[in-house]
Design a protein around this ligand. Sequence first.
Ligand code: ADE
Length: 227
Amino acid sequence: MIAILGAMEEEVAPLLKTLGDYKEVKHANNTFYLANFKGKELVIAYSKIGKVNAALTATVMIEKFGATKLLFTGVAGALNENLKIGDMLYASSLVQHDLDITAFGHPYGYVPGTSIFMKSDVNLNALAAKIAKTKGINLLEGVIATGDQFVCNGERKEWIKTTFKADATEMEGASVALVCESLGVPFFILRAISDEAGGGAEFDFDEFLQSSANISADFVLSMVEEL
Ligand code: ADE
């Protein structure tokens, strides 16, 4: 069973549209879509925005639906100036930028019992790179910084970028990474850029959410074919 997770309806709707045929199962105040694609069993859901929702949904996909691999699809704000709206990147590692117990002398993003950065699965990342190369798609890899905050402020953007050497920011990836790592499930986090996370990013986000979500969703489905 392969899980495909997004945060927002817009991020998952393109998948359901392509699949056409699926079964709905309600659980934990959410809907899980079960489908078959090219002989592969899929469980698909949008978690709703934020780290807690994403962690809950990823856990359910693994523990209740038996997912043995998880692919995340969605959009992100660019921190690296080489990333433009519509570009795609996958996370080589992820960090929670809003996790802060620096008052006790710990670095940003760290709490005892965890590491600051979580690494995604090298095999899934290599598969993505191979598919991108074959299709002539420009796919970057980088650090994704996750937090319960829509970043639309130049100062906060610069802080996240320099503190964690992060390339993009979003609101779910690192929590999904933590769940998958804890439960021993290989994961892949893909994001297409919807905005540049500075002042006014909310306007770009509204304008480009759907087009960038479509780009990311198409790519994860092309990965499923090869799994
Ligand atoms: N997802 C897409 N753009 C984002 C931003 N600027 N901040 C947080 N999450 C995002």
